[in-house]
Design a protein around this ligand. Structure first.
Ligand SMILES: Nc1ncnc2c1ncn2[C@@H]1O[C@H](COP(=O)(O)OP(=O)(O)O)[C@@H](O)[C@H]1O
Ligand SMILES: [Mg+2]
Length: 412
């Protein structure tokens, strides 16, 4: 029989027992170091099981602090208990990163209460009042207590304002046979600044803050996930500690920690190694960084690419802490190679600030005594990422620039 190209890939053994268990989408049934948060939320939502209205809540915390995992876990438990007690409790969870207008949220909520396709609310076209009325009717028809969870709500509020929250926190006035409460989850601690004070006081009856995980917390989380997801004894001593320490540096992000462990194990698998070692973690970190930064560099507008290249070419020639003027000199040459007109130094200063905001360079203002103030500009792109190559591949116009012979100022 002719060999299929997938045969050899299928045959290779893997250190994973079940890779899915190491992905973000998996909801673990144990969440270490989140007991007090689970208790506060549970203490409030138990009211739903008694047929009362729970307080509205806002859950805050940096990304990867376990907010989504905790709320999904609690909702599962709530539904299970409701069934056991023969009480109608209905969590309606949706993510406002994708569903980010009032109309779409209301339609989505309404549609999740109905099975019959014919009855679905269309994605656009109805007046908002009509969608709202339909939602109220369906909630009443089902009865019980509806817990509306709006995850990543900061996206929706920044994009579409707080009308939706105003309306949803007022639902109980319209409901006759059912009750409801709203739980908003935000990655941004300042999100209530965007809310009308009335909405803020109605929504924030109870706040729960998810503090960032410490390295030791992340170690426990990774150990628990690796025990079920990765073969026994496949992880070298120090690997979990390294993944946790690296993720703790980045605001204690459990998602980053899981990514590091999963990609490290993939790296070990690819090598046919039977042990995941610290070396694999370093490789994983490089890959994750590269996957994150590459699209940012590739999609920069052309003039921004020229400015970034002007910083990099100075560094390549051993010049660090360069001033705006030095970047500008290189930039003008880059424009000549590219055959485009150059912008004023003022505009280039703005572009430098943009690159700083994107985290690709750092531009610190320093005081030079009687010579006034100037900038010290350095690249922040990890050495393993070849930015000039990314720019050249993404934009043909960069080819003559990358091939150009720059005359740089010497400091000697
Ligand atoms: N205490 C925990 N125990 C186990 N896994 C966790 C814990 N906290 C977070 N995670 C996992 O980390 C990842 C990121 O968590 P998530 O809940 O999505 O964070 P957030 O919503 O705060 O950004 C998910 O895969 C989640 O399962
Ligand atoms: Mg989340």
């Amino acid at each position: 029989m002719k060999k299929n190209i997938f045969d050899s890939a299928l045959d290779t053994s893997s250190l994973f027992l079940d890779k899915e268990l190491l992905r973000h989408s998996h909801v673990p049934n144990e969440l270490p170091h989140r007991d007090s948060e689970i208790e506060s939320i549970g203490f409030n939502l138990v009211e739903a099981l008694k047929g009362h209205i729970p307080s509205n809540m806002i859950l805050y915390g940096v990304t990867g602090a376990g907010k989504t995992a905790v709320i999904r876990f609690i909702c599962d438990q709530l539904v299970a208990k409701g069934k056991e007690l023969n009480r109608v409790v209905n969590p309606l969870v949706l993510n406002c990163r994708n569903i980010d207008t009032q109309y779409r949220v209301l339609a989505h909520l309404g549609n999740s209460l109905i099975e019959d396709f014919e009855e679905k609310i269309p994605f656009t076209g109805w007046p908002t009042d009509r969608v709202f009325g339909k939602l109220v009717k369906r909630m009443d028809a089902m009865g019980g207590v509806h817990v509306i969870v709006l995850d990543e709500i900061d996206h929706l509020v920044k994009k579409s304002g707080d009308d939706l929250l105003y309306n949803l926190t007022n639902l109980n006035a319209d409901l006759k046979n059912a009750r409801s409460c709203v739980i908003g989850i935000s990655n941004d601690l300042t999100f209530t600044d965007y809310l009308d004070p009335r909405v803020r006081s109605r929504l924030g009856q109870e706040d729960v803050i998810f503090n960032p995980y410490k390295a030791s917390h992340l170690e426990d989380i990774l150990r628990m996930r690796s025990e079920i997801g990765i073969s026994k004894d496949a992880i070298d001593g120090g690997v979990i500690e390294l993944c946790s320490a690296l993720a703790a540096q980045e605001h204690g992000d459990a998602r980053k920690a899981l990514d590091l462990l999963r990609v490290s194990t993939e790296k070990a698998d690819q090598e046919g190694s039977t042990l995941v070692c610290e070396r694999h973690v370093r490789m994983a970190q490089n890959q994750i960084e590269c996957d994150q930064i590459t699209p940012v560099i590739a999609t920069l507008p052309f003039q921004q690419k020229l400015v970034l290249y002007s910083v990099l070419i100075n560094e390549e020639n051993g010049l660090n802490n360069i001033a705006t003027g030095e970047v500008y000199e290189a930039y003008k040459q880059a424009c000549r190679f590219a055959g485009v007109n150059f912008l004023t130094q003022r505009r280039v200063t703005d572009l430098i600030s943009n690159l700083d905001m994107l985290g690709l360079i750092s531009a610190k203002t320093v005081s030079r005594g009687r010579y006034g103030r100037s900038k010290e500009i350095n690249s922040c792109i990890p050495a393993t990422i070849i930015a000039s190559e990314i720019m050249r591949n993404a934009d043909q116009g960069m080819i003559p620039v990358v091939q150009g012979r720059f005359k740089l100022q010497s400091r000697l």
